[in-house]
Design a protein around this ligand. Structure first.
Ligand code: AMP
Length: 192
C-alpha cells in the first residue's frame, strides 16, 4: 500500500489537489470532513453529534474520526493505497493512524504540506463560501477559529511526521496545475 497525507490549513487546496491525486495514482480518498458532512446530511446520531463542533469551528472528538477512518480502512482492504485529507488533525489521531496502518503492515509514505499564508486562506474561504453551501465557511469568525485550531492542534501533526523525515513542503500559493506538478514530482520520486 502507498499512503499519503495531504496536509495544510483550511483553505490550502487539499480538497482540489486530492481529487486530482487520487485520479492519477488510483488511491482511495479519505476526507474526514467529507465523511462527517455525509453523516450530517443523513442526520445520523454521529452527524448530529459532530454538527455542534463543526458549526463552532472546533474539532470533532478524536475517537469519532478515528473510528470512521478505521472502518474506511477495513472497507477498502484491497486498496492500492489511501490519500488522507483533513486527517490526522491531532497528534492522537496521527498516532492512532500509524497503529492502524501498522496492523495492515503499512505506513505513511509522505506528508505533503501545502504552504499558504493566512490572509490568502481567509480570502479563499470567503470565496468558497459563495458556492460551497458550508455554514462553517460563511462566517469569518468561525473561519478564524478554524485557523486558530489548526495552529494549536493540527500543526503538531507535522512535527510528529517530521521526526520520521516524512514531511515535504510545497508552495500552495501557485496556480492549481503548478501546485499539482509540485506534488506529483515528490510522489513520483518516492515511488521510483
Ligand atoms: P474540513 O472539511 O476538513 O475543513 O473539515 C470541516 C470540519 O469537520 C472541521 O472544522 C472539524 O470540525 C471537522 N473535522 C474534519 N476532519 C476532522 C478531524 N480529522 N478531526 C476532528 N474534526 C474534524
Amino acid at each position: 500500500m502507498f499512503n499519503l497525507i495531504l496536509f495544510g490549513p483550511p483553505g490550502s487546496g487539499k480538497g482540489t489537489q486530492s481529487a486530482k491525486l487520487v485520479e492519477k495514482y488510483g488511491l482511495i480518498h479519505l476526507s474526514t470532513g467529507d465523511l462527517l458532512r455525509k453523516e450530517l446530511k443523513l442526520k445520523t446520531p454521529l452527524g448530529v453529534e459532530a454538527q455542534q463542533f463543526i458549526d463552532k469551528g472546533q474539532l470533532v472528538p478524536d475517537e469519532v474520526v478515528i473510528g470512521m477512518i478505521s472502518s474506511a480502512l477495513d472497507e477498502n482492504a484491497s486498496a492500492r493505497g489511501f490519500l488522507f485529507d483533513g486527517f490526522p488533525r491531532t497528534t492522537a489521531q496521527a498516532e492512532a493512524l500509524d497503529k492502524l496502518l501498522e496492523l495492515k503492515k503499512s505506513s505513511i509514505a509522505l506528508v505533503l504540506f501545502l504552504d499558504v499564508n493566512e490572509e490568502e486562506l481567509i480570502q479563499r474561504l470567503i470565496n468558497r463560501a459563495k458556492t460551497s453551501g458550508r455554514s462553517d465557511d460563511a462566517d469569518e469568525t468561525i473561519q478564524r477559529k478554524r485557523q486558530d485550531v489548526y495552529r494549536k492542534e493540527t500543526l503538531p501533526v507535522a512535527a510528529h511526521y517530521d521526526k520520521f523525515k516524512k514531511v515535504i513542503h510545497v508552495d500552495g500559493m501557485a496556480e492549481i496545475d503548478v501546485v499539482f506538478s509540485g506534488l506529483t514530482s515528490h510522489i513520483d520520486k518516492k515511488i521510483a
